[in-house]
Design a protein around this ligand. Structure first.
Ligand SMILES: CC(C)(COP(=O)(O)OP(=O)(O)OC[C@H]1O[C@@H](n2cnc3c(N)ncnc32)[C@H](O)[C@@H]1OP(=O)(O)O)[C@@H](O)C(=O)NCCC(=O)NCCS
Length: 215
């Protein structure tokens, strides 16, 4: 079966992780990567950086490739990934869902467009994961959990049963949302932290049990 062309946006560390997932899935052929102008001509794991992510360049690539994927990481803010996601939609591009063959996604779960489920992640029965998400290596989205659009569930983080991560938020590496707990929009649960109660305002939550970081 011939592979489907895809172009990646963002050539850093997260991109290298996504490339490994795409290669393992073996459905897409990576035509190239878009990054800053000064990076054009460099390579990432053997794939060429072929241009930048300006609207004009994205449009000019459409005739040979309609599929794009965001491969920039997300920690403190989802804004850049949201901006680029909207730009791809605006020019008429598509954002496929990529699932590692080493991940377990329940047939009763839903995964939105542009979301990547990395190696050894588990998305269990009745869970919903929104658009443009990162379900990173070995992350766990338990039964009935709801992960909003533009969220990052980092390496080995856990959203337990019926927990919710609202739009634009992140569970840091090894963090844990207890069952039914809701992390508000545009928030971050710090690496290794455990959120035991649903906060009523957005922010950075840190510690065990996690408390809002006062700036
Ligand atoms: C919460 C976080 C964003 C804070 O980053 P920051 O604003 O740059 O803060 P700093 O690193 O300057 O740390 C500030 C203080 O908080 C402490 N701290 C930072 N992160 C912490 C964490 N996850 N748990 C406990 N303490 C933490 C630091 O030790 C430091 O303490 P000090 O003031 O006593 O020295 C960051 O540490 C974090 O957890 N990021 C998520 C990383 C991650 O999971 N990446 C995904 C990989 S796939």
């Amino acid at each position: 079966m011939s592979k489907i062309p895809i172009i990646l946006i963002g050539g850093g560390g997260h991109c290298r992780s996504v490339i490994d997932v795409i290669e393992s899935e073996n459905r897409y052929h990576i035509l190239g990567i878009l990054d800053f102008p000064e990076k054009v001509g460099e390579k990432v794991l053997g794939y060429d950086i072929i241009g930048t992510d300006s609207e004009e360049e994205l449009k000019s690539l459409l005739p040979k490739c309609e599929n794009f994927l965001l491969t920039i990481g997300q920690v403190k803010s989802a804004n850049l990934r949201i901006k680029l996601f909207d730009r791809i939609h605006k020019i008429g591009g598509k954002l496929p869902t990529i699932i590692s063959p080493l991940a377990k996604v329940s047939r009763h779960a839903q995964i939105g467009e542009g979301t990547v489920v990395h190696h050894f992640a588990c998305v269990n029965a009745n869970a919903i994961v929104g658009k443009n998400g990162i379900i990173n290596t070995a992350a766990l989205v338990e039964h009935d959990a709801i992960i909003g659009d533009h969220c990052h569930i980092a390496t080995r983080a856990t959203a337990n049963g019926e927990a919710q991560v609202k739009k634009g938020s992140m569970l840091g590496s090894h963090s844990c949302l207890l069952p039914t707990v809701v992390l508000p929009e545009n928030s971050l649960l710090a690496a290794g932290s455990v959120l035991t109660k649903s906060p009523d305002q957005s922010g950075v939550y840190i510690g065990q049990p996690a408390k809002r970081l006062q700036k």
